[in-house]
Design a protein around this ligand. Structure first.
Ligand SMILES: *[C@@H]1O[C@H](CO)[C@@H](O)[C@H](O)[C@H]1NC(C)=O
Ligand SMILES: *[C@@H]1O[C@H](CO)[C@@H](O)[C@H](O)[C@H]1NC(C)=O
Ligand SMILES: *[C@@H]1O[C@H](CO)[C@@H](O)[C@H](O)[C@H]1NC(C)=O
Ligand SMILES: *[C@@H]1O[C@H](CO)[C@@H](O)[C@H](O)[C@H]1NC(C)=O
Ligand SMILES: *[C@@H]1O[C@H](CO)[C@@H](O)[C@H](O)[C@H]1NC(C)=O
Ligand SMILES: *[C@@H]1O[C@H](CO)[C@@H](O)[C@H](O)[C@H]1NC(C)=O
Length: 393
């Protein structure tokens, strides 16, 4: 159970750097103290950023759990930095760029509309929904990751686009069966096109980072057009998208069972891919232990969140308790290795890789040569989410 600490105890704990009552609170408050995820970039310019949406997803749960208005106000101020009073979205966002990433802030627009009734948040959500109506697709119907990446589906994009698409549909068009079928097919097409086949070298039964339906990219496999490696964060995004969308799509909709089947297929394989000694996940999951590969913190936090949420909501069965044990072991590794208290009462979050893209070779050497950073919000926000689930155990 999550226990709301009395204010005096919490601040005492923070001051003395004792183990806090809640890592979710500690991590969120640390991000807030650093002004992370507030709709502004490091130079103070408005920016529509998926990692802000990811962080807001955690803050919103903290607001609901604790009733602490600070979290709600921070979310609203963050969105007000990227939505004008007339509802126009700004901050380097242009519909005609057709990028899925910015849409991950859309669920926050919908939440604020629900909570405040202010029309500007609906106008902003309608702009994002309009993008999806015109968004370019493969011949099979998968949204392109970006207009500038023609015919490419990336796992990341499912997290960025489909949670918003589903929440919008639930809120404004619950009977739009075309939309529900479309959302479902974004998940199933991605799964079918990127799942490792049984004869693949180092088969993990997991999903490659992405695919090129036109098979033109240097990284596209000759047989199916998929990229060469399973990258932890891409699969992490996709796994979070699965557990989050299942809460939104009606249980009676046939898409619910299709998405649930994918989750049930992947969850045991994700568990199996954890490093048996540390409990964490490798950056490049398909090449465990290879020189320069390392345990990466954002993907690990995302898997802990997805596995624990799957168990809490009964999406996945765990007869031998091995999934729960894997998630707990990884959580312990995270707090022992990647959470470092600072003298000002905040924590640092370590070892999140900054980027992983399919704009280059998409091979092992590409992934392992990308730098990591401290307090990268993609990882910190995932740790907030993982901690929220862990603290509900
Ligand atoms: C609410 O959260 C903020 C930090 O995010 C904290 O400073 C404040 O003490 C909290 N308020 C209460 C009543 O717990
Ligand atoms: C919305 O407001 C912004 C900022 O004031 C302005 O630049 C923009 O033209 C307005 N858009 C519409 C559609 O009125
Ligand atoms: C959706 O369909 C149900 C049952 O057909 C109906 O009761 C409901 O009013 C519809 N909702 C909307 C928003 O159209
Ligand atoms: C239902 O969703 C489909 C697919 O996104 C969309 O093309 C259509 O405009 C939506 N229908 C309504 C009534 O908005
Ligand atoms: C499975 O993967 C291997 C190696 O990438 C490839 O050679 C083979 O064609 C694939 N089989 C199928 C059925 O896709
Ligand atoms: C399989 O995994 C091993 C161990 O990490 C690695 O050295 C090897 O390169 C991998 N093979 C392929 C084809 O990815």
């Amino acid at each position: 159970m999550f226990i709301v600490p009395p204010l005096c105890l919490l601040s005492l704990a923070l001051r003395s750097l004792a183990r806090p009552q809640s890592y979710a609170v500690w991590a969120a408050d640390s991000g807030i103290a650093r002004k992370q995820g507030n709709g502004l970039d490091s130079s103070g310019r408005a920016i529509v950023s998926y990692e802000h949406g990811e962080f807001q997803w955690g803050l919103r749960q903290l607001f609901e759990l604790t009733g602490n208005r600070t979290y709600f106000d921070y979310i609203q101020a963050g969105v007000d930095n990227i939505v004008f009073a007339n509802g126009t979205v700004h901050g380097s966002y242009t519909v005609s760029d057709f990028v899925l990433d910015p849409l991950r802030t859309g669920p926050t627009f919908l939440y604020l509309y629900e909570q405040t009734g202010l029309n500007k948040y609906k106008v902003a959500a309608d702009i994002f929904r309009g993008q999806l109506n015109a968004h370019p697709r493969t011949a099979q119907g998968q949204f392109w990751h970006k207009l500038k990446y023609p015919n490419q589906g990336w796992l990341d994009g499912v997290y960025m686009g489909e949670i918003f698409y589903a929440q919008y549909t639930k809120t404004f068009q619950p009977n739009n069966s075309t939309a529900w079928a479309d959302i479902t097919s974004q998940f199933t097409l991605m799964f079918e096109n990127t799942i490792q086949n049984a004869t693949a070298p180092n088969n993990t039964g997991l999903m490659y980072h992405g695919y090129d339906f036109s098979h033109k990219q240097v990284w596209a496999s000759p047989d199916r057009g998929h990229s060469p490696e399973v990258w932890d964060r891409a699969l992490g995004w996709y796994s979070m998208a699965l557990v989050d969308v299942l809460e939104t799509i009606p249980v009676t909709n046939p898409g619910h069972a299709s998405i649930l089947n994918i989750l049930r297929t992947l969850a045991p394989k994700i568990k199996d891919a954890a490093d048996p000694t540390s409990g964490a996940w490798w950056l490049v999951i398909t090449q465990p232990g290879r020189a320069k590969n390392y345990f990466e913190s954002s993907g690990t936090a995302m898997f802990v969140y997805s596995l624990l949420k799957s168990l809490r909501l009964g999406y996945v069965t765990d007869d031998d308790g091995s999934i729960l044990a894997a998630a707990k072991k990884a959580y312990q590794y995270m707090i022992d290795n990647w959470v470092v208290p600072n003298s000002d009462g905040t924590i640092n979050w370590l070892n999140t890789v900054i980027v992983g893209s399919l704009d280059q070779a998409g091979d092992f050497n590409y992934y392992v040569s990308q730098p990591t950073d401290i307090n990268d919000l993609k990882g910190l926000a995932a740790f907030v989410l993982a901690s929220l689930e862990y603290e509900k155990l």
